[in-house]
Design a protein around this ligand. Structure first.
Ligand code: PLP
Length: 337
């Protein structure tokens, strides 16, 4: 497995400490006029299945259908009028692109979204309907293609996770859920590059010393599990998983030190358990989420995160963007619920 070296351990630790609750608080004020406060639902019907008191942060009900709008908007709002006039570029498997397209339109800026050819049709369509230009390419090439477009047009690239303003925006979700239920014992967060879990863990730990934060990632792409073991960001081989929003092969370099400092543990989850979680959330919880967003529930169903009957556990339901035809995949989960 190839290890990507960073600039030395000390700098890493410093960077984690540089990213604090203050930046997240500032982000919260900046994006407040644009972002919705999503509900924290107490889903008692799931308690018996998951062995704890179940709360879900329904970020599937956020504008654009996913939490990504928080980080995207926070970064967009730091751009000058001159920068906005030269446009915004994003490379994304879907939800980040949709968030950038939506935020750019709010600010009257042009957006170009570079997407893997394999991204779900529903996500491509939603982005085009927001008036953004969509450029399709092979998944591993997407950052290169986006950079090329930025160079040609002088546009600003907004990364999906490896950026302090983006991570601070995602962290606002953590401040929100701790206000909604200060007694939470644990928060379980789906993770890919780590913008969401980096921001949320820093936010939660800035206001609570009794709340654990756990990450959940696909066992096919265990980039955080492997990197935390190695002590530095590690590149894992590309493998298929049903979690189409959790496709990064390595932790973000700005996200990893934050995750290392604040996250209490990580679970690698198999696809069938994620699907089982999705079906449980839909049929018993009456909440429709995309597969990636259900990975935290899958982690508990698979026994990968310890929870107790009296624990108040919050599952971050990170997004709800899926096409109707994707519900077909739940047939595979028929044996479970
Ligand atoms: C992007 C995304 C994630 C992972 O976020 P990272 O910041 O890359 O870790 C999780 N769930 C959904 C629905 C997403 O769109």
């Amino acid at each position: 497995m190839a290890a990507l070296r960073m600039n030395g351990g000390e700098e890493k630790e410093e960077k984690a400490m540089e990213f604090t609750g203050k930046q997240i608080q500032e982000a919260r004020e900046r994006i407040a006029p644009f972002v919705d406060e999503t509900p924290l639902l107490r889903l008692k019907a799931l308690d018996a299945y998951l062995g704890c008191q179940v709360y879900v942060k329904a970020e599937c009900m956020q504008k654009t259908g996913a939490f990504k709008f928080r980080g995207a908007m926070n970064r967009i709002l730091t751009l000058t009028d001159e920068e906005l006039s030269r446009g915004i570029v994003a490379a994304s498997s879907g939800n980040h692109g949709r968030a950038i397209a939506y935020g750019a339109r709010m600010k009257g800026a042009r957006a170009v979204i570079v997407m893997p050819r394999t991204a779900p049709e529903a996500k491509k369509k939603a982005i085009m309907e927001l008036g953004a230009e969509v450029v399709l390419c092979e998944a591993p090439e997407r950052f290169e293609v986006a950079e090329q477009i930025c160079m040609e047009r002088g546009s600003t690239m907004i990364p999906p996770y490896d950026d302090y303003d983006v991570m601070a925006g995602q962290g606002t979700l953590g401040l929100e859920l701790m206000e909604q239920c200060p007694e939470l014992s644990a928060v379980i967060v789906p993770a890919s590059g780590g913008g969401l879990i980096g921001g949320v863990s820093a936010a939660v730990k800035s206001v609570s010393d009794h709340t654990k934060v756990y990450g959940a990632e696909p066992s096919a792409l265990p980039r955080y599990t492997e990197s935390l073991k190695a002590g530095e960001p590690v590149l894992v081989p590309m493998k298929k998983s049903l979690a189409d929003a959790l496709v990064s092969q390595r932790p973000g370099l700005k996200n990893f030190p934050v995750v290392k400092a604040y996250v209490d543990g990580f679970a690698a989850v198999d696809d069938p358990f994620m699907l089982k979680g999705m079906k449980l959330l839909l049929m018993e919880g009456k909440v429709l989420a995309e597969p990636s967003a259900c990975i935290g529930i899958g982690a508990v169903l698979e026994g990968r995160i310890p929870v107790g009957k009296e624990d108040k556990v919050c599952f971050v339901i990170s997004g709800g963007n899926l096409g109707f035809e994707q519900l077909e995949i739940l047939k595979d989960a028929a044996q479970f619920v």
